[in-house]
Design a protein around this ligand. Structure first.
Ligand SMILES: Nc1ncnc2c1ncn2[C@@H]1O[C@H](COP(=O)(O)OP(=O)(O)OP(=O)(O)O)[C@@H](O)[C@H]1O
Ligand SMILES: Nc1nc2c(ncn2[C@@H]2O[C@H](COP(=O)(O)O)[C@@H](O)[C@H]2O)c(=O)[nH]1
Length: 184
């Protein structure tokens, strides 16, 4: 069997990656979305094993040292990582796998999976990105400031990614992602 395709969706926090991926999964329920591990505390309503595997720092570091992550990064004061075993199992069965991750992790995947499709999601403007982050209402002001600072660096790296999509109108952005995923 031909191995499945790995799709990496990256871009700054608040650009709408999660929203796009949720809609994509509604359109194509057969896509497999990787559930990441993080040391960030759960936000209200987030569910263990669905939104993230929530770990304390020693447990995350133990797993990192044991090579259990396909990629991992420290972002805005917390660790995030993609569990390796689930991805390998899904790809082996021919499944298309989606990772929704930040820039450092996306770069690592590029090294280990050069054949992965890497899509960078851009905001229509920096002002709109800030509006979305604040409008989401999920992060404290200090966390928003950190994420916006990091967003400047992430946006400066967008050219590293062969596929770039502006998430202005949601349906238009979804159509563009769909085209990339199914263009193999
Ligand atoms: N095309 C769009 N137009 C207007 N608002 C949008 C659009 N896409 C997403 N949003 C809104 O922007 C906010 C941030 O979206 P979302 O949480 O999906 O971002 P994210 O990139 O996944 O962030 P993070 O990386 O922190 O998880 C949400 O309130 C969402 O409803
Ligand atoms: N490198 C990785 N980045 C990840 C992973 N899972 C999520 N993320 C990214 O972290 C930031 C912050 O997420 P939030 O849920 O705290 O808003 C965002 O850019 C995510 O895409 C991962 O496994 N590896």
């Amino acid at each position: 069997m031909q191995p499945g395709q790995l799709i990496v969706i990256t871009g700054p926090s608040g650009v709408g990656k999660g929203t796009l991926v949720r809609h994509l999964l509604t359109r194509f329920p057969n896509l497999y979305l990787s559930v990441s591990a993080t040391t960030r505390p759960p936000r209200p309503g987030e569910i263990e094993g669905e939104d993230y595997y929530f770990l304390d720092r020693p447990s995350f570091e133990e797993k990192m040292a044991a090579g259990e992550f396909l990629e991992s990064a420290e972002y805005a004061g917390n660790y995030y990582g993609t569990p390796q075993s689930a991805i390998a199992a899904q790809l082996a069965t021919g499944q298309t796998v989606i990772l929704e991750i930040e820039l450092e992790g996306a770069r690592q995947v590029c090294q280990s999976f050069p054949e992965a499709r890497r899509i960078f999601i851009l905001p229509p403007s920096f002002e709109e990105l800030e509006r979305r982050l604040r409008g989401r209402g999920k992060d404290a002001e200090t966390a928003i400031a950190r994420r916006l600072e990091r967003a400047q660096e992430e946006l400066a790296a967008s050219e590293e990614f062969p596929d770039q999509i502006v998430n202005d109108d949601l349906e238009t952005a979804l159509d563009a992602i769909e085209k990339i995923i199914f263009s193999r």
